[in-house]
Ligand binder design. Structure first.
Ligand SMILES: [Zn+2]
Length: 191
């Protein structure tokens, strides 16, 4: 079953997510196409320095509707995490991102919460890969050259960030407290 819309995943991300066998329910009614083709899945994962989280997902095998989310077992305070990406090693830093989180990557993009937003456990590389996929779509669908060039430049910038050649701030704000950047380098503040 596909757990996330991200096409690229590091092996670290895969192994972590595969750690617990999910419980599945299939043939459920799909909220979008209304066929009984929805697969519901729930699993748990233990996140160091954050605690246990529940991972939920719904995937329709007919219309491809997909929704995933993550919720901490324990209630956490609404929080803002700020992290400066400055090395290739930072790619491995674990990130818990719920569908209620706002992810700010200044001068590049902002991932906003909402009904279409997904929640997942990943790492910084996983976040950057999702952003990369979005910008690639922009590049491929842009009508004018200026937008195409802008997208191409952002993709180059992302590569430099991933290689640790360019510093980049990453901010995650979540009023539900279900999100976190798990690192000593991350600054946590009240939201
Ligand atoms: Zn469907």
């Amino acid at each position: 079953m596909k757990r996330s819309s991200g096409k690229e995943k590091s092996s670290a991300e895969k192994s972590k997510i595969a750690a617990e066998a999910p419980e599945e329910l299939d043939h459920e009614p799909c909220p979008l196409c209304h066929q009984k083709t929805l697969v519901l899945s729930e699993s748990e994962s233990e996140i160091p320095f954050f605690g246990k989280v529940f991972l939920y997902s719904m995937t329709c095998t007919a219309c491809k509707y997909h929704k995933a989310d993550v919720e901490a077992a324990e209630q956490h305070e609404p929080a803002r995490y700020t992290f400066e990406i400055s090395s290739e090693d930072d790619m491995k830093v674990r990130v818990v991102k719920s569908s209620e989180a706002t992810v700010k990557i200044p001068h590049i993009t902002t991932i906003t919460p909402g009904p279409a937003a997904q929640g997942y456990v990943t790492n910084i590389e996983g976040i950057l890969n999702r952003v990369k996929a979005q910008i690639e779509t922009l590049r491929d669908t842009a009508e004018d050259d200026e937008d195409k060039t802008k997208a191409k430049n952002l993709l180059k910038k992302l590569i430099r960030i991933k290689w640790g050649q360019e510093k980049q701030k990453l901010i995650i704000e979540d009023p539900t407290g279900n999100s976190a950047i798990i690192s000593d380098k991350a600054q946590k503040s009240k939201l």
